[in-house]
Design a protein around this ligand. Structure first.
Ligand SMILES: [Zn+2]
Length: 480
């Protein structure tokens, strides 16, 4: 019998606001000393009262609009009760009855074509703290820096059916939310996390199978492996009776390549959701709604078309550049300074993107300032710095974001020499040192001169216009 996998995702995304969701503590504590970003509110002290951060609602709405959701004009917060040591209030403030956004749609594209994935809802909530187990063997420490950091949870309908579709869906969400500048969505940093709900059923059946929820996947690769493993486990259980499938939460162990039962899946009733009386309902009026709507970015597809018409870029160039908003920002910044779209695109695609690839960095990790790149490109266009040396400067700009290309070129001897006297001297010496190459060239082997050209360029440390050098060199040899 043929089976199909039915997958729904719950994606948690950390919103990139400066402060936490219900207090003014900084939301950015990555790498900070434990418990240094806490106050009575986010550490759950008695008598504390939460106040909603407006920016979190702005970002929640914006995320909803990017994913084609309807925005609930009255959105409320609820308590989700459970006890765990990283949750100081013994409940999480989340949204259950009236989440900020509902009924969305995300279009994905895979090798099988385009497909729409429905979004059930997006709700805003606070993150929990972190338990630290590796300081002492006999003790667990708790760090509340992360408590109340704002999250949205994006809940899809069970419309996904393969690891490839899941990957495309996560990438699409990441691209859209990054374009809207509401979130980083980097799984490696924990700013995007994903739980996978999976079941298996005979192909064509409309009845859902027994569902397992998988947690603890830290990368898209791990998610793909977990989906493949779990699908095989379910099919084995159905076909060969290897086990009785239960609705449960399972932990993925990426090293062992296996999933393990954690607990039988709790139902909503276990969490005793009820409206949080400490947080007033949030009413989104037309002004607020339109204000947020007016800040929506150009979608990647629209930007791609604009790059083609406005900058006359090829399909390929426009497609490459719009893969990430970080690439677009860098390209547009470079264009602003050097005024050549073609040169900016070429530098982005053949140099910047290949350095990112070599360094195994994602496009979103690009931190080179576009305007600085533009000044570097201009130095090359104006014949002040050779291309090879410009690449060395670009490499340095990846290391140090404060580098000014011209200053750096001057300090490191990368400025082109227009001193023809010096070039002639270098040519003379190189010709004398390579009598065989000269003889070969004279006897008709035109390429023989390239060896002399190369040694001159090396001697000049690349700081010479290749055309000028070639002219001086051929003139000199021809006169011999
Ligand atoms: Zn706080």
């Amino acid at each position: 019998m043929k089976y199909e996998t039915v997958i729904g995702l719950e994606v948690h995304v950390e919103l990139a606001t400066d402060s936490k969701i219900f207090c003014s503590c900084s939301a950015h504590s990555y790498g900070a000393e434990p418990n240094t970003h806490v106050c009575p509110a986010c550490s759950g002290m008695p008598g504390m009262l939460p106040v909603v951060n407006k920016k979190v609602v702005d970002y929640g709405m914006k995320a909803g609009m990017m994913l084609n959701c309807d925005i609930n004009r009255v959105t409320t917060f609820d308590k989700k009760s459970y006890y765990y040591p990283d949750l100081p209030c013994a409940y999480q403030t989340t949204q259950w009855f009236a989440p900020v956004a509902v009924n969305g749609l995300v279009e994905i594209e895979t090798s099988k074509g385009k497909k729409n994935i429905r979004i059930k809802q997006i709700h805003m909530e606070e993150d929990a703290g972190k338990l630290v187990h590796d300081i002492r063997e006999d003790m667990t420490h708790v760090d509340f820096n992360r408590t109340s950091v704002p999250l949205i949870e994006i809940v899809s309908q069970p419309d996904l059916s393969s690891a490839e579709e899941v990957e495309a869906y996560l990438e699409r969400i990441k691209t859209l939310l990054r374009y809207a500048r509401v979130a980083e969505c980097e799984m490696a940093h924990g700013t995007m996390r994903c739980d996978v709900n999976l079941s298996v059923r005979p192909e064509g059946s409309d009845k859902l199978g027994v569902r397992a929820e998988m947690k603890n996947m830290n990368s898209i690769e791990a998610i793909k492996r977990a989906i493949e493993y779990e699908t095989a486990r379910h099919i084995d259980a159905i076909e060969r009776g290897t086990e009785v499938l239960k609705q449960e939460t399972r932990r993925w162990d990426d090293i062992k390549g296996k999933s393990y039962a954690m607990r039988t899946k709790e139902t909503a009733g276990d969490y005793r959701y009820f409206p949080d009386p400490n947080v007033m309902p949030v009413v989104i009026d037309d002004n607020w709604f339109n204000e947020v709507k007016s800040t929506l970015p150009e979608l990647p597809e629209v930007k791609r078309e604009r790059y083609k018409t406005e900058f006359n870029l090829s399909d390929y160039d426009a497609e490459q550049l719009t893969k990430s908003i970080a690439l677009c920002d860098c390209f547009e910044g470079a264009y602003e300074v050097c005024k050549s779209a073609k040169d900016s695109a070429n530098w982005m695609i053949s140099e910047v993107m290949s350095i990112l690839n070599v360094r195994k960095m994602t496009y979103d990790m690009l931190s080179v300032d576009g305007k600085a790149l533009g000044s570097l490109i201009k130095l090359v266009m104006d014949g002040k710095v050779g291309r090879t040396n410009a690449k060395k400067i670009l490499e340095a700009m990846f290391e140090d974001g404060t580098i000014e290309p011209l200053k750096y070129a001057e300090e490191n001897g990368y400025v082109m020499s227009n001193d023809t006297g010096l070039i002639e001297q270098v040519v003379k010496k190189a010709v004398e040192a390579n009598p065989k190459a000269v003889a070969d060239y004279k006897s008709g082997k035109e390429k023989a001169i390239l060896a002399i050209f190369g040694s001159c360029m090396k001697e000049l440390k690349g700081n010479c216009d290749p055309a000028v050098l070639k002219q001086i060199l051929t003139d000199y040899v021809d006169k011999l």
